[in-house]
Design a protein around this ligand. Sequence first.
Ligand SMILES: Cc1cc2nc3c(=O)[nH]c(=O)nc-3n(C[C@H](O)[C@H](O)[C@H](O)COP(=O)(O)OP(=O)(O)OC[C@H]3O[C@@H](n4cnc5c(N)ncnc54)[C@H](O)[C@@H]3O)c2cc1C
Length: 332
Amino acid sequence: MSINVQSCLIIGGGISGLIAGNILQKKGKIVTILDKGRGIGGRLATRRIHDSDQITGVFDYGMQFFTVTDPLFQEWVDQWLLEGVITEWPNQLSEGQTPCYRGKNSNRSLGQYLAENLEIHRQTRAVSLKSHDSGWTVETETGQSFQADSLMLTPPVPQSLSLLETSNLALPSLIKSRLEEVTYYPCLTLLALLEGSSLIAEPGWLTPKDSPVAAIACNQKKGISPQGCAVTIHSTPEFSEAYWDRDQAVIAETLLNAASNWLGSTVLDYQVHRWRYSHPKTVYGEELLVLENPGLLVFAGDAFSDAPANNIHLTLEKAVLSGIKAANYLLH
Ligand SMILES: Cc1cc2nc3c(=O)[nH]c(=O)nc-3n(C[C@H](O)[C@H](O)[C@H](O)COP(=O)(O)OP(=O)(O)OC[C@H]3O[C@@H](n4cnc5c(N)ncnc54)[C@H](O)[C@@H]3O)c2cc1C
């Protein structure tokens, strides 16, 4: 039986929401995306740090690169390559997965490309979801309200659950407990702007062993930060948990010490970003979750997968596939 959806409100402008939005809009549906962030793309995140001498460092500080296993995702990837939005990044992965892809100008630019023709409201945090006869009304923290006949939730699952709870929307108990079992790794990430070049070898990516540092990327060698040597240091989940509440100066000092062999230059400036939900530790177990009561509600995002969460570089693929699945459900 078809469900005849005309419009969809998507909470979250990360890759899953953007992919779903593109598919729905191409089929003539009215799509509105709300995102609490300043930039678009969610965990496809890029930031600039300017030093006092006007040197700018460009940092990809969320997802670093992704790999592809699914032919459906490969079709999107081929199109992005053709359009020059992404490029290969020749990292050697121990798992033997190749190729590795990243945003050509930055990872955020992939999000911006996908956002081009969509109606997106940035810095717009959804705080209340209300279902009624003709669909959903979503209210935001600035008092705006948006309506559509279907709703898609794409934030990390704990954030979606808390939004449902503050909206007094009860989920069937089995589904609620399965959603509560979805967990994510935290990741403390250090963005360090260096005075000179880093010692990280081409292509600008390494994963130290026995260190609080899980991975280091040199954004200059990567080609996205020509002016300043911008180094992104991702810490391990163990370090992130242990140091989560520590002062940022302590986090920075510990990570800079651990990474000192690969820096080789004075740190001009740094910032710490705390990713509470970096990538899933446990997934929902299915690519699609749809609730028809009290209104049509679809979940999407990197936790909606039936594949185990054992490879970080396949996480973006999960988010994309779940966005495709969620959109296709609303189109059937
Ligand atoms: C440090 C780090 C490293 C990573 N490395 C890799 C990697 O190497 N390879 C890989 O494949 N993947 C990696 N990932 C994971 C990958 O980035 C994610 O799987 C993917 O980007 C998730 O997309 P998404 O759309 O599911 O969620 P998100 O990108 O999180 O999008 C959800 C959006 O919802 C918005 N939102 C939340 N609550 C609200 C609200 N109430 N109102 C409005 N908006 C709201 C958020 O602002 C966000 O933009 C990494 C992630 C991090 C953080």
